[in-house]
Design a protein around this ligand. Structure first.
Ligand SMILES: [Zn+2]
Length: 320
């Protein structure tokens, strides 16, 4: 898979421009200073400044997080009304939906079931939190239709699409989903954690949705990934106010531990790090040389990143 297949350059550029403008229109006098979102340490130092937003690095666990950050109210308002969010949901996603289904969701569905099999986890129901338009559930169902699938999704339009596809849906955010607490064997959330104002509350909600002994899988962005470490503030992943949280590997472990999970397993199965840096305007000499060695060398290097937990695409599997 290539980055351009899921993020066509022109569309993505337009989105980033809108996003930058939205970020600069925030009134930062209302922002709230927060402790490390992973380990709760108050010791941090400024790491990145972008579009008027500060990102701190925790001196205890190496997590990078936006602080001070917008309030929950301002963030919600941003997600429902901003130009960049509208562009993302109304123009960007519909255009790439089918290629994302093929390139991302199909593969993730296979990976999820192989993880479940490896761990010997048996499940009768599964809930996707922040399910979008339900594509991931559709792909999971194609592989195993002996499981009951559910969705939690705050968006009104998306919730309706999911319901029309025949999945029971709770129109809500994870944090307000108490109607479905203690209900599931497995909960999954793809690419939500990096957006949320209070990561610990989000992870606690994931736990509350589970029955005792159930498993949670979240995928998100990690700071210790090759593309983010290499590109720093020029990384498109560092995009305030959309992406606020970038835990280190240690940070992910501590966050889930603090939420009371056990058997926590952090992996970084991302495959795009090298491609993302090669698509940037800042290709380091090291990568130019690697590129000259050919595709096999590039793939081996990406494999090295995965094996050593140095891709920015992170999976956390944990047990209640
Ligand atoms: Zn920390």
């Amino acid at each position: 898979m290539k980055e351009s297949e899921i993020r066509p350059k022109e569309l993505f550029q337009k989105y980033l421009e809108l996003s930058g403008k939205d970020a600069e229109s925030f009134d930062n006098s209302t922002f709230e200073k927060v402790n490390c979102i992973a380990c709760d340490s108050s010791e941090s130092k400024l790491k990145i400044l972008k579009n008027g937003f500060d990102y701190q690095i925790c001196t205890d666990c190496g997590t990078v997080f936006c602080s001070p950050r917008p309030t929950i109210k301002d963030l919600n308002n941003f997600y429902w009304n901003s130009k960049s969010a509208k562009f993302w949901f109304e123009e960007f996603l519909p255009k790439v939906e089918e290629s994302r289904r093929e390139k991302i969701f199909k593969k993730k569905a296979l990976q999820l079931f192989s993880t479940i099999k490896e761990k010997g986890i048996s499940i009768s129901n599964l809930c996707d939190v922040g399910a979008g338009s339900g594509i991931f559930l559709e792909e999971l169902k194609k592989i195993r239709d002996d499981i009951s699938y559910y969705a939690i999704e705050p968006g009104q339009v998306s919730s309706k699409i999911i319901a029309d596809k025949g999945f029971p849906v709770l129109q809500s955010s994870a944090e307000t989903s108490s109607d479905w607490f203690d209900k599931f064997d497995f909960v999954v959330s793809l690419e939500v954690l990096e957006h949320v104002n209070k990561p610990l509350d989000f992870v606690l909600s994931m736990k509350n949705l589970l029955k005792r002994g159930g498993y949670c899988l979240i995928t998100s962005l990690g700071y210790e990934g090759f593309d983010i470490l290499t590109l720093g503030k020029d990384s498109n992943s560092i995009s305030p106010p959309h992406h606020l949280n970038f835990p280190s590997v240690k940070g992910f472990e501590l966050l889930f531990e603090n939420a009371g999970f056990t058997d926590i397993q952090v992996t970084t199965p991302g495959i795009l790090d090298v491609d993302i840096v090669l698509n940037s305007d800042k290709i380091p000499d090291f990568l130019e040389v690697l590129k000259s060695r050919g595709t096999v060398a590039i793939n081996e290097f990406q494999e090295f990143l995965i094996k050593n937990k140095m891709s920015s695409h992170v999976w956390v599997l944990a047990k209640k």
